[in-house]
Each structure stands twice: as C-alpha cells, then as structure tokens.
Design a protein around this ligand. Sequence first.
Ligand code: GLU
Length: 309
Amino acid sequence: MAHHDGRFAPSPSGPLHLGNLRTALVAWLRARSTGGRFLMRIEDLDRGRSRPEHEASQLRDLAALGLDWDGDVVRQSEREDHYAAAVARLESLDLVYPCWCTRAEIREAAEAPHGDAPEGAYPGTCAHLDAAARRAHEERGRPSALRVRAEAVEQAVQDAVSGIYAATVDDFVVRRGDGTYAYNLAVVVDDAEQRVGEVVRGDDLASSAPRQAWLASVLGHRPPTYLHVPLVLGPDGRRLAKRDGAVTLADRAALGENADVVRSQLAASLGLCAPGELPTPAELVVAFDPALLRDGAPLRWDPVAGPLG
Ligand code: GLU
C-alpha cells in the first residue's frame, strides 16, 4: 500500500471542536494506517486571531485522543522567509501582480452585468493595468495586495472521497496589503517543503484545492492528493460550532466524558467501532477504512445525544 504522509494544520484561534477533532483523527488514521508520517503544523499567520494558549490546548487535546506526530511542531509564523522566497519565484515567472481593489470594489465588479468570472472569483480588475494606472494607484499610497495571474486556467485534483474535482483558478491573493502572506500561499509552500503527499482536512476547504494544486505546480512541486472529510453539522444543520453547546474536549470532560469516550464517539461516527466500545488508537489504525467516508455525507452531531449519523 502507498504511504500517505499527512499532516494536521489547525489555526490557533480557539479550541478544537468535535468536527475538527474528527478530521484530525481521520488525518492521523490515514497516515498511520498506511505507514506514513504525520506532521503537526500550526497555521498562525493571522496574528490578530492566533493565541499561544489556543495552540497549547489544541496540541493537548490531540495528544489526549492519542494522536501523535513526527518531529517538531512547525509554526507558519516562523517560516516567513520561505513564503517570501515563493513570492520572489512567482515574481520572476511574471505570475503575480499588485491589486488595489477593496472588498466592496470586488463585489461591485463581480456583480456587473458583463462580468464573466466564476462566482466568488476575483474579476481581474487590476490584472491588466497599464504603467500609468499603476503609478496613479501607487501615488495614492494605498497598500497593494499581490495576486497570482492564473488566467482562469482549469485545474483538477484527486480526492480520496470525491474522486476527480476540477475548477477554474481565479487570481487569488498570495500576500495581503498589510504584508501578511495568505493561507493559500503558505499552505502550498509548507505542504511541498514538508513533503506532505496527501492533504486531509475538512471539506469546507475542498474548493481551495484546485487553486493550491495549481500554485504548487507553477512553483515546481508535484501537487498533493486530497482527502476532504465531510463536515460535522450541528442540530440546526449548520456547521458545528461553539453555539451548539458542549463541543470541545473540555466541555465533554465537564459532562463526565473523558478523551477515551470522545475517541469512541468519533470512531463510531466513522463506522470504526460500535457505540459504547472503547477502542485504543492502535486498534483504530487497524480498523480504519477510508471507503467508509465515501458517501461524502455530513455527520449530524447532537451535543447531548452524540452523533446522529
Ligand atoms: N488552517 C486551516 C484551518 O484550520 C486548515 C488548512 C488546511 O488544512 O489546509 O481551517
């Protein structure tokens, strides 16, 4: 069987909830059940929302569930020189351009009657500015973001749950106006440099995969394959969140459910054990079968009753 070197890459902006933990469990099981490495990366580029105490609680919760990782925890905030090098490479390939658009301007341009960009995509306003127009923007002094020049290329990715998925790549941001490197750039650089073969994460990010695979290839890397895990929904049918009640490991502990119980509930929701059984992490590695995710259906979670299936 092919090794699937994987990773889990949380943003330390709050405690992990049961949906995040279930995704982490799948990522870990996928790597370990194929003899692959499993890496831990903290995506803390958003300085405003990232907190060391959230990183600490996330790592503690993952360890409590029995998920171990290889090597040191990598933090994106310590890797900015790698992102700068990738941007320099894109500049040398003439694959980026400065963009001065505000969010409101992008919304308006995308709504214009003759706009033919795919929904939600950058409409290309700054893609073909001549030198004079650029100078005028520069003189106004508003900082510019940096966007890729993707020319609406079609990019396919391979997903272990949903098969081949293709989408048009828009001119997405790789560096914001304030100089922060964008998630879509950092994730690609890191996954390539850490030799992640398969990206396992929640399927709210599935639509970003074609962008990221395209960026990996223009930077000279082989794009990873993907496994997007169906989301866990709260009782109201929306994505599970804090508002749904007792959704973190600490919340469940306060109700008398320790990490072994939560692991059992997550495993049962993945079809890996019967409700109430208490499998060890090693037993789950043996039982894991990614085909159990293949119907792609989201899981409903009632914070009182547990997973509804
Ligand atoms: N840091 C992202 C998040 O927590 C996940 C990124 C990824 O797995 O590609 O939503």
